[in-house]
Design a protein around this ligand. Sequence first.
Ligand code: DOR
Ligand code: ZN
Length: 351
Amino acid sequence: MVQSVTLRRPDDFHLHLRDDAMLRTVLPYSVRQFGRAVVMPNLKPPVTTVAAARAYRERILQALPSGSTFEPLMTCYLCDGTDPAEISAGFEGHVFTAAKLYPAGATTHSEYGVTAIDKIAKVLDVMQKLGMPLLIHGESTDPGIDVFDKEAVFLDRTLKPLLEMFPALKVVLEHITTEQAANFVDADTSGRLAATITPQHLLFNRNAMFTGGLRPHYYCLPVLKREQDRTALRRVATSGSRSFFLGTDSAPHERGTKEAACGCAGIFSAPTALEAYLSVFDEEHALERFEAFASESGRLFYDLPPNEGTVTLTRERNDAPRSVALGDGKSIETFMGDGELSWRLVDHSST
Ligand code: DOR
Ligand code: ZN
């Protein structure tokens, strides 16, 4: 049995770092694992301008542990009124790496999002010309659609027409959760469509939210789906295809806001994400394809150079804590903490 895996330092292509004290608490966990991360712009208020993204990037850099070379890759939150000139200035000025499309009302802090694709047609045209990736939260916001069908309906009603309307636009369908999405992205041969997959959607199906009671720490959006969906995601993630890559969607929320009558969506996986993904590749007998998923396919899609250095994971009990303290008695629950994983990232300081 393989006891140790070393790979080029990976990147996280979908990460929520938040701001202020929360940022300072969660950032070191991602820095331990990843060389770069695509940072989501759904702050309150959202990051909609070059100036706001520059300032947010500066706050992230200030919060980095000393000596860290971690690089935050900033994104712009698209609104109905986004100015195409802001997008091109941000991309050409090396501030924006990508822009994020939240359908208005689809998820946490998406109320300023896009109400119809027509509203951002000029922006998408500019992005297509620039080669700037569009990152999509792919869920229908039609209140008549069953929560488990929102992604599949989005594919048919919104994504397919959008891809036809903008035939050269680079698109990442974020955190895919269904067999339909896995097959759709897999079938695309153009190279301009890709998808990120989270650890929770590879490890759990929707039963996890209801095992023995209601379990808010397994609640995220898009919500966990059926077993056949999880199986399809595992198949494409471990296939070696360049179209699927790592994006944790680590989304910290203070415990009290999740363990509530109307709990927030989001799973905080930053302390354990890489080990959680590796356990999937281990179970699928695909350890030799882990580096493609974690360190190569994403950066190739984004036209980024390979990271310097490596990370090593060993087969042993993962001792990440069950929760991370925020101060004032507050905390964040960790995904698969407290020994649930049997792979562990070897700290750099000890290598
Ligand atoms: O579960 C989620 N949490 N899904 C999202 O799309 C947003 C995220 C957050 O910001 O908390
Ligand atoms: Zn997200």
